[in-house]
Design a binder for this molecule. Structure first.
Ligand code: FE2
Length: 270
């Protein structure tokens, strides 16, 4: 059996057609899995994916039963289109604007309170064979960190010292030139905030923004994130509705070239 096959069998799928109790049962199953597994891929969600407006409304309805949908930072939009946006001139692009690989990260890691969960509904998958999804749990990362000789010390540094998180231009609060930072630990109680590219941009922007112990702890975590064999990988298909716990899971996405790929995203707090 190939490694990919094995990985695919570990995915937490839920067939919408197996749900008899409608959205009541579905939302309970989703919340249960978000808390206990960290994510769930609901397959065959019953929407007409060619009707973006109607699909979005049903996605919103189930999201309202999972928690409280929240607007995306910087505007009042609850249902967010994820489409490649090559025209965006922002220096620090958000992952929803580009089509190259998005390394393992949490969403809104720079924000004062990142969303607890988010959902993605696939309306149009990438037909180019790209756009693979990746997931890994905080628990698996912590288990690997603890196997290191100074694992507990690394976890302590990641939990109890402040790191700089750079705020993407589109979400910046002030109009002042130059990057804006939010500071905080990478690990909190049952929570991780993580993104490699923007974090390393922050490190390079200001010398001494983190001390050696912090940088070493970050590098150990980064190495595990990039090398762990616990990463689950799978493709999202049309009518797949995935919900992810943004505090206990990292997610990523492979590069794609099909610019017609189209997902909807809703951010949700408990
Ligand atoms: Fe993301």
């Amino acid at each position: 059996m190939s490694k990919n096959k094995l990985a695919e069998e570990r995915i937490n799928y839920l067939d919408y057609n197996s749900i008899n109790g409608g959205f009541d049962e579905l939302s309970k199953r989703i919340v249960d899995d978000l808390e206990n597994v960290g994510y769930v891929v609901v397959q065959n969600f019953d929407v007409d994916v060619t009707n973006v407006e109607a699909s979005g409304q049903l996605f919103l309805k189930i999201s309202e039963m999972v928690g409280t949908p929240i607007p995306h930072a910087g505007n009042d939009t609850i249902i967010w289109d994820i489409k490649s946006n090559p025209k965006s001139d922002s220096l620090i692009k958000t992952y929803s604007e580009h089509s190259h690989e998005a390394q393992m990260h949490t969403d809104s890691q720079y924000s004062f309170y990142p969303e607890d969960y988010f959902g993605l509904l696939t309306l149009k998958k990438a037909e180019c064979g790209g756009g693979i999804s990746y997931l890994v749990s905080l628990k698996d990362l912590l288990d690997e960190l603890r196997l290191l000789p100074n694992g507990e010390q690394i976890i302590d540094t990641l939990s109890n010292t402040d790191y700089p998180f750079i705020v993407p231009n589109v979400f910046k609060k002030s109009k002042v030139e130059g990057p804006e930072f939010n500071y905080g630990p990478i690990l909190r109680d049952n929570e991780i905030r993580f993104r490699i590219d923007t974090f390393e941009k922050a490190l390079n922007y200001k010398q001494g923004i983190c001390d050696e112990t912090q940088i070493d702890a970050y590098k150990k975590l980064k190495h595990i994130v990039l090398s762990t064999d616990k990463i689950k990988n799978f493709y999202l298909n049309e009518n797949d509705l995935i919900f992810i716990n943004n505090k206990t899971m990292l997610h990523g996405r492979g590069q794609f070239t099909d610019q017609s790929r189209h997902l909807l995203r809703i951010r949700i707090n408990k």
